[in-house]
Design a protein around this ligand. Structure first.
Ligand code: ADP
Length: 408
């Protein structure tokens, strides 16, 4: 067994997954949350391995514990206790490396990076650009290094995959000196998912990644689309922050920045209010009162006009980006949909691409509506562009990148 532990740390919670890299099977996963609250909660799920392994008695069993978890270090102790009591035993199968999701790598980190004290300082310094995420990611790294002091820790950055963007793509048309002084440019996010999906798609269609022009729609609560040429990100919809681009669960995506000046002058909203407004109270929540597409669909079926409009705005933006990226790439070989909406909402996929027949995109209605899971083709056999649904697996991608650094 070659176990790698993957950590995705937020400010008051962290998720973990232990993956055996020989089989790429998940051995255990968990969620430690409400860190710092009077009562925290820890969920630990153990997956039975293929065959007769030492934890074969735990068939996808989840145990939930409630106890005070004052900080991330205490949270890691709770996680270690869960492994010790429910398995799999970390004594028998210690992780050979720990991989950490880090949201912002700025222009500094363009590949998975072994965590050293200097790298920690850099991640901390990049908190200026990602004040909600990087401090939380770093808290997880610091606590995890205490829990696993003897193994390599690797930081995998959400922005890294997009460090291949050309200057004309990542540059905003604002005063160049101001932009340089404040490091304002497009960085792009969801890179781990876009990389995983584009590589998985290439393998699935059986063609070299280097030969393919691809568009990947990652449509979850956060949503972004990336154009990928020969395995390199050449254009992506999220920008300086994850706020830019598509309509999302709670984020507005693209908006005329002058709306903010107007609201600041006319509504009395402060900068923090506006931040909250565009990041947490806009998107599908702002338009229709829910960030869950299933609610929106149900509301549309019940005749709710606000929900109808929200859905139409969402799809209109997808279509606009699809057209723009087809133009940037000069056509595409593969278009993939992934994440909660992308994997589960056939009506979104169909509406997003239905006008693109002129570009060789032809969705097969039956294939698209099929409810099977797993990677699958949803275009017709005659379609020049292969359209896929590709379940994303960011944890596995982080584990793969972690292993490659740990073994280097
Ligand atoms: P996150 O960005 O938080 O990781 P996910 O990728 O899990 O999010 O996507 C969550 C969203 O996916 C939900 O808010 C919901 O809108 C959508 N979703 C999940 N399951 C379905 C489904 N069966 N049908 C339609 N939409 C779904």
């Amino acid at each position: 067994m070659t176990p790698v532990l993957v950590i995705n740390s937020g400010s008051s919670s962290f998720k973990y997954q232990l993956i055996d890299m020989e089989t790429e099977a998940t051995l255990a996963s968990g969620l430690v949350e409400r860190i710092g609250d009077p009562l925290g909660e820890a969920k630990h799920t153990v997956f039975a391995p293929q065959g007769d392994g030492p934890v074969a008695t735990f068939l996808d069993a989840t145990r939930t514990r409630e106890l005070p978890i004052p900080d991330h270090t205490a949270g890691f102790q709770v996680m270690l206790d869960a492994f010790a009591s429910d398995g799999p035993s970390l004594q028998d199968h210690p992780p050979i490396a720990v991989g950490h999701r880090v949201v912002h790598g700025g222009a500094r980190f363009f590949e998975p990076t072994l965590v050293t004290p200097l790298v920690e300082i850099n991640i901390d310094e990049l908190s200026v650009l990602a004040p909600l995420h990087n401090p939380a990611n770093l808290a997880g790294i610091v606590a995890a290094r205490k829990a696993f002091p003897d193994v390599p820790h690797v930081a995998v950055f959400d922005t890294a995959f997009h460090q291949t963007l050309a200057p004309e793509v990542f540059t905003y048309a604002i005063d160049a000196d101001v932009a340089a002084a404040h490091r304002i440019r497009r960085y792009g996010f969801h890179g781990t998912s876009h990389k995983f999906v584009s590589e998985t798609a290439a393998a699935f269609v059986g063609r070299p990644l280097e030969d393919l022009k691809q568009i990947v729609f990652h449509l979850g609560n956060g949503a972004s689309v990336t154009a990928i040429d020969g395995g390199r990100s050449v254009e992506t919809s999220m920008g300086f922050t994850p706020l830019e681009g598509l309509v999302m669960g709670t984020r507005s995506g693209d908006i005329d920045p002058a709306v903010l000046f107007h609201l600041a002058r006319r509504s009395g909203m402060s900068i923090d209010d506006l931040d909250d407004f565009l990041n947490k109270r806009s998107g599908m929540v702002g338009l229709a009162g829910s960030n869950d597409l299933r609610d929106i669909r149900a509301a549309i079926a019940a005749g709710d006009q606000r929900a109808r409009l929200a859905f139409d705005v969402y799809v209109h933006r997808l279509r606009a980006y699809a057209g723009a990226y087809l133009a940037q790439l000069g056509g595409a070989d593969v278009i993939s949909f992934t994440a909660g909406v992308g994997e589960n909402a056939p009506y979104v996929r169909e509406r997003a691409l239905e006008t693109l027949g002129f570009a060789g995109v032809e969705i097969d209605h039956e294939r698209n509506m099929a409810t099977e899971r797993g990677i699958r083709i949803i275009s017709t056999d005659a379609s020049a562009v292969t359209v896929l649904v590709v379940p994303t697996d960011e944890e596995l991608e982080i584990a793969r990148q972690t292993l490659s650094v740990a073994r280097a």
